[in-house]
Design a protein around this ligand. Structure first.
Ligand SMILES: NC(=O)c1ccc[n+]([C@@H]2O[C@H](COP(=O)([O-])OP(=O)(O)OC[C@H]3O[C@@H](n4cnc5c(N)ncnc54)[C@H](O)[C@@H]3O)[C@@H](O)[C@H]2O)c1
Ligand SMILES: CC(C)(CO)[C@@H](O)C(=O)[O-]
Length: 298
């Protein structure tokens, strides 16, 4: 398969590097990383280890591919969609956090698959990515149901030894992941604690409230996500990732823009379309945006 990875930072470089063992992969990346990968290839270290030689470029447009995988941060999705509109990709797959697929689908003609990734990745230097945890990629049709395209893409991932599930219930899975991120990421980022610190205290009540609101908005959108399922998902993730610093906490600690707009912000925006109030998500989003506007960003 000819695969374009648009926005090869941490996750895109890991996934693209693994896919390059069996597919024709091109990474669209920033200058120093693209140059290093083009010259000497890519080292994957940590929980996965491999040397890969995908093509790498800073050119954002003019590519021809069977599949474009979008791995920019959620706030760069609009720019990625604009660039991909000037490429010939037969299908698009997002592996981003937050609700980004709708924007891709509204701006691109090619079919957009939804995806989630629980692999951990960290770009440690140009041409070198650490796999901090082997997780799973789950992908499928954006509106749910079976999809021959999703099956083909799933096989391409599995052929490259990426732990992959093709799922027919992506709407529920996306909203469940959103509930987890809405609850854990913002609260850990604002209180500067590891995920495990959200177990059984007043902060965990806030986490559960944000998740409950998200589940309610999912149901308003016609997605079956009972509160108890969202709560169980949160509790499971807190337990399994107790020692993790969430991606949003890492962003805040390094003075980088967060993905709050595509997580708590998306819950607020979609709730408003249903005239429904989500005070916890609104408060969390407002506090994070205040930090971003204020002293936060370097
Ligand atoms: N890193 C992880 O372990 C992980 C795991 C699961 C999900 N995710 C999600 O995946 C997405 C990406 O996360 P990440 O950690 O890889 O972020 P990242 O910042 O490391 O990577 C994104 C990359 O995209 C590049 N980029 C942005 N616009 C570009 C453009 N126009 N042209 C070329 N390059 C461009 C950036 O320079 C950056 O290198 C996020 O939504 C994140 O939440 C990450
Ligand atoms: C599941 C999660 C909250 C674990 O830290 C992760 O999605 C993150 O950090 O964004």
């Amino acid at each position: 398969m000819r695969i374009l990875v648009f926005g090869a930072g941490s996750l895109g470089t890991l996934v693209g590097g693994l896919l390059a063992s069996v597919h024709d992969v091109t990474l669209v990346a920033r200058d120093r990383h693209a140059t290093r990968v083009s010259k000497t290839g890519l080292d994957i270290v940590g929980a996965e280890s491999a040397h890969a030689s995908p093509a790498a470029t800073t050119a954002e447009t003019g590519h021809d591919a069977d599949l474009a995988i979008v791995t920019v941060k959620s706030f760069d999705t609009a720019a990625a969609a604009e660039a991909l509109a000037d490429c010939d990709a037969d299908a698009i797959l997002s592996l981003q956090n937050g609700l980004t697929e709708e924007m891709l689908a509204s701006r691109l003609e090619a079919p957009v698959l939804a995806g989630t990734a629980t692999y951990g990745a960290r770009l440690v230097a140009p041409g070198r990515v650490e796999c901090t945890g082997v997780g799973r990629v789950v992908l499928g049709a954006l509106d749910g149901g079976t999809s021959p395209l999703a099956e083909r893409v799933g096989k391409a991932f599995r052929d490259a030894n990426i732990n992959t599930l093709v799922a027919a219930d992506m709407p529920r899975r996306r909203w469940e992941k959103l509930a987890v991120n809405a609850g854990i990421n913002a609260v850990t980022a604002l209180s500067r604690v590891e995920n495990g610190c959200l177990a059984a205290n007043e902060a965990s009540e806030l986490t559960h409230r944000a998740a409950r609101e998200t589940a309610r908005v999912a149901r308003l959108e016609g997605v079956r996500l009972p509160n108890r399922v969202a709560r169980a998902a949160i509790d499971r993730v807190i337990e399994k990732t107790a020692a993790n610093r969430s991606s949003m906490l890492q962003d805040v600690e390094s003075g980088k823009r967060t993905e709050v707009d595509a997580i708590n912000g998306a819950v607020v925006d979609i709730a408003a379309e249903h005239d429904f109030e989500v005070p916890t998500n609104r408060t969390l989003a407002a506090l994070l945006r205040a930090w971003e506007r204020g002293e936060g960003l370097r």
